[in-house]
Design a protein around this ligand. Structure first.
Ligand code: SIN
Length: 486
């Protein structure tokens, strides 16, 4: 008797997961995510746009150059070339899916510029609401796609392995009920891990759960030490904080200290548009010295509702009017360049297990991601992976199987303490003794929850890289930055 075709299981409902699911047609796909209504992805919060060399005088080669520079040339150059060359077609594909990019009166794409880019090459949809616009467009497509079965409100807490390959998942719903799904392939599209830090621009669900599951199964990791901190989130009490997009500075907003002096004066030739890690460290050091940092967006002229609807709404919701007053800022954990090691086809070191988007590390971002390359990579990578899986043969169906579980989560008070620990020891500025002490704490408490084990691996990678590179900044007491040993 012919066996029914097993589905491809995609975990995560951000743009990486949805692009993978759509591109896998006509292969059957089960798209799983934690939020009951499919919300909660970092994609939906993305205020930056999509970088693509589509403007006059620009070229993929120039985009490659800027991506490598931002990444401190730690990037995989072939991966960067692939991404930058794929960018224009990715924008076209998204437009064909219904993404309404911002256009000039003549119908051309409006091109913005962000930090680290040598040209105007950022396309937006709905001003600073690009991520939300893309998620809406792709979700509508997914809802109509007959090959995709979508299921929200479930967490994937275990992988099924057979003969060394991943052949299924176990889900758990809010009532604690389990379901086993055998799969032709399992795709992690679970996003980053900013929510493991005390302050982040990520949603609470971006906690590294997919990475932790892959590590538990023995998948290789890569570049775990590289976590990007965004310099300008609204400094409120709380964990998941509203971002104040870098595009505000591109449009004329200024960084100032508590006395109104230019924060970046004499610090970097690009001033307020210096690379993200440079600005984040500056804001961090002002805060550590007991001072405060602010973004003055009042010089921005024009239609805030059209250009910055997300920033305007989130500031107003907290009683601040960015058109009239300066805004208190703080750095936040924003993007994980490292992750599950994968090739450009999304293949990890374990047969049957794929990774795409922020949870994956294929070397494209190097030691620091260039602005507006993340949605781009998620969509381009998802399309490439989905197309490959559409025709891939499933793993052999024989042999004994076993389960790999992620394990129990930390109790809330311990999770809170871990976030504070990572914020202090593994934040924008790191030093040997703090990394060592934090690693020891996590190692001793590894049995208390999967987040502790994941943090231990992050700290291990941070300790091993003894010199500063990109977003990984070592400033060990008594030694000049980047020259010290652990
Ligand atoms: C921003 O809008 O400042 C963030 C964009 C990005 O992370 O690429």
């Amino acid at each position: 008797m012919k066996r029914a075709r097993l589905p491809i299981v995609v975990i995560g409902s951000g743009v990486a997961g949805m692009a993978t699911a759509l591109a896998a047609a006509p292969a059957p796909v089960r798209l799983l995510c934690r939020a009951a209504d499919g919300s909660g992805s970092a994609s939906a919060l993305a205020q930056g746009g999509i970088a693509a060399a589509v403007g006059a005088g620009d070229s993929p080669a120039a985009h490659v150059h800027d991506t490598l520079e931002a990444g401190s040339r730690h990037n995989d150059a072939a991966a960067v070339r692939w991404l930058c060359e794929a960018a224009p077609a990715t924008v076209d594909w998204l437009a064909a899916q219904g993404a309404a990019f911002d256009r000039t009166d003549a119908g051309a794409l409006q091109l913005g510029r962000e930090g680290g880019h040598g040209a105007h090459r950022i396309v937006h949809a709905g001003g600073d609401a690009t991520g939300a616009a893309l998620v809406r467009a792709l979700r509508a497509k997914v809802a109509r796609a007959e090959h995709v079965q979508w299921r929200g409100g479930v967490d994937v807490d275990a992988l099924l392995l057979r003969a060394g390959g991943v052949v299924g998942v176990r889900t758990r719903d809010a009532q604690g009920r389990h379901e086993v799904i055998e799969a032709a392939a399992v795709v992690l599209a679970t996003g980053g891990l900013g929510a493991l830090y005390a302050h982040t621009s990520n949603p609470p669900g971006a906690d590294g759960a997919g990475l932790a599951l892959a590590l538990a199964a023995g998948a290789q990791a890569r570049d775990l030490e590289f976590v990007q901190f965004h310099p300008t989130a609204l400094a409120l009490d709380g964990h998941s904080l509203p971002l104040l997009t870098e595009a505000l500075r591109g449009a004329g907003a200024r960084l100032i200290d508590g006395e109104g002096r230019a924060l970046m004066a004499g610090r970097h030739p690009l001033g307020d548009l210096a690379p993200r890690d440079v600005v984040a460290r500056r804001v961090w050091s002002v805060q550590q010295a007991g001072g405060s940092a602010w973004l003055d967006a009042t010089p921005i002229e024009g239609d805030w509702q059209r250009r910055f609807p997300t920033v305007l709404a989130s500031c107003l919701a907290h009683g601040l009017d960015p058109r009239r007053e300066r805004l208190p800022i703080t750095p936040v954990a924003h993007f994980h360049m490292g992750g599950v090691a994968a090739d450009l086809d999304g293949q990890t070191s374990i047969p049957g297990l794929c990774a795409v988007g922020e949870v994956a590390c294929n070397g494209v971002h190097g030691a620091n991601r260039l602005a507006s390359n993340s949605l781009l990579e998620a969509v381009a990578g998802g399309r490439r992976l989905g197309a490959r899986l559409a025709t891939a043969a499933p793993l052999p169906a024989s042999g004994g199987h076993h389960w790999i579980e992620r394990g129990a989560a930390l109790p809330p008070e311990n999770l809170h303490a871990l976030r504070e620990l990572l914020w202090q020891a593994a934040g924008p500025v790191r030093e040997a003794a703090a990394l060592r002490d934090a690693w020891r704490l996590c190692a001793a408490a590894a049995a208390t929850g999967w987040q502790m084990r994941l943090a231990k691996e992050l700290l291990r990678a941070m300790r091993l890289r003894r010199r500063s590179l990109g977003a990984h900044w070592r400033e060990d007491r008594g030694c000049p930055a980047g020259s010290q040993a652990t």
